[in-house]
Write a protein that binds this ligand. Structure first.
Ligand code: TPP
Ligand code: MG
Length: 377
């Protein structure tokens, strides 16, 4: 442990040491390979890899829908109409480009940060709103969707996705399981166990590691000396890719390759999407307590939504009029979903026990009766 500095000189020395470590890490990280199709200014660097115009517009639409949810969510939270939720604005390319490579026959294991990914695969907006209101209506997935609820325990998504993928493999389907994790989660044992297990059993898994620079108040460089988290895949004998997580066409491209490999029996892939948490950890967090403007500088210019927009407009694939119509549609869809969520009945306290087991144990039954009796008083 570093001793607490007691004199101004010692304090200045500690600051200098931290600054040097930080600069060395950032320089090494900036030198790592980063797969990209569209540069931050909208210039296409790999014209040979551009997907069809229709797909590019679809990705843009999904990103706008995700951003709209995030922005309206903040307002609703301030109005007391939504609970605490983790914002993901600025990470849309990382969530949309990846999830868009799946079909509804595939599995998605999102973390609490990944509302954008779940919406892309088809989670109804009303369900997502209900979830962040802590209503049981948000726990129910439509029958035609294999999206797990957003769960908070870090890294549990990875081993569970391996289990789902192995079940699909045994049943002889071509379906895959995609799991999300953060940079912080990748320091957990579950991350490493899942990658090893998936590699050894050739599980049809696509592992997305969203490196957004922070685990609450802890920067990635304080969690690990590794500057390229995708290279951890080498340790488990599986492919690893490091991609610009703010370039939706790039995340889509590498994820499609990984999904195809998994479907055709080629096994799992780890994809590190390099992005940034420009927003607070949750809507209730105050990041000024642990980071400065210098930390976040430069990331607004890399905004994933604006990047794809610049490309689509300059390529003539989308007009401003098309975009206006798209945004109006998205806003209307959200308000309809909000009205639907407002119409869900209020949950009762005892419902918290309803979905613990398919068949409640005698203890749960007793607890349920007790809670119901207390609530009735
Ligand atoms: C097993 C477990 N340990 C600790 C926590 C508390 N916790 C909540 S969010 C978080 C940070 C996770 O950071 P990261 O994986 O980078 O995801 P991000 O929030 O950046 O999306 C921690 C430690 C938790 N939810 N679960
Ligand atoms: Mg993180």
């Amino acid at each position: 442990m570093t001793p607490t500095p007691s004199t101004p000189q010692e304090s200045a020395d500690t600051d200098r040491a931290h600054h040097a470590a930080r600069t060395a890490y950032d320089t090494a990280q900036a030198a790592e390979d980063l797969f990209q199709i569209v540069a931050p200014d909208g210039t296409v660097t790999r014209p040979d890899l551009l997907p069809d115009a229709e797909i590019r517009v679809q990705l843009y639409r999904h990103m706008r829908r995700a951003r709209h949810f995030d922005e309206r969510g903040w307002v609703l939270y301030r109005q007391g109409r939504m609970g605490v939720f983790p914002p993901f604005g600025g990470m849309e390319a990382s969530q949309v480009g990846t999830a868009a490579a799946l079909t509804k026959d595939d599995w998605l294991f999102p973390t609490y940060r990944d509302t954008g990914a779940a919406l892309t695969l088809g989670l109804p907006i009303a369900r997502a709103i209900a979830y962040w209101r802590t209503s049981p209506h948000g726990w129910h997935m439509p029958d035609d969707l294999k999206v797990l609820p957003f769960y908070i325990p870090i890294a549990t998504q990875y081993p569970q996705a391996v289990g789902a993928a192995l079940a699909e493999q045994r049943q002889g389907t071509r379906n895959v399981a995609m799991a999300f994790i953060g940079d912080g989660g990748s320091s957990e044992g579950d991350f490493h166990e899942a990658l090893n297990f998936a590699g050894a059993l050739n599980a049809p898994c696509v592992f997305i590691l969203q490196n957004n620079g922070w685990a609450i108040s802890v920067p990635t460089r304080a969690q690990t000396r590794a500057t390229n988290l995708s290279r951890r895949a080498d340790g488990y004998g599986i492919p690893g890719v490091r991609v610009d997580g703010n370039d939706a066409l790039a995340t889509y491209h590498v994820t499609q390759e990984a999904v195809e490999r998994a479907r055709s029996g080629g096994g799992p892939t780890l994809i590190e999407t390099v992005t940034y948490r420009v927003k607070p950890h949750t809507v209730a967090d105050d990041p000024s307590r642990y980071r400065t403007d210098a930390d976040t500088a430069g990331w607004d210019a890399k905004d994933p939504v604006l990047r794809l927009r610049t490309h689509l407009l300059s390529a003539g694939v989308l007009t401003e009029a098309d975009e206006q119509a798209m945004l109006a549609d998205i806003a209307a869809e959200f308000e309809t979903a909000l009205a639907e969520a407002d119409g869900y009945p209020e949950p009762t306290p005892a419902e918290i026990l309803d979905h613990v087991f398919a068949e409640p144990t005698p203890q749960l039954r007793r607890q349920r009766e007790q809670i119901a009796a207390e609530a009735a008083q």
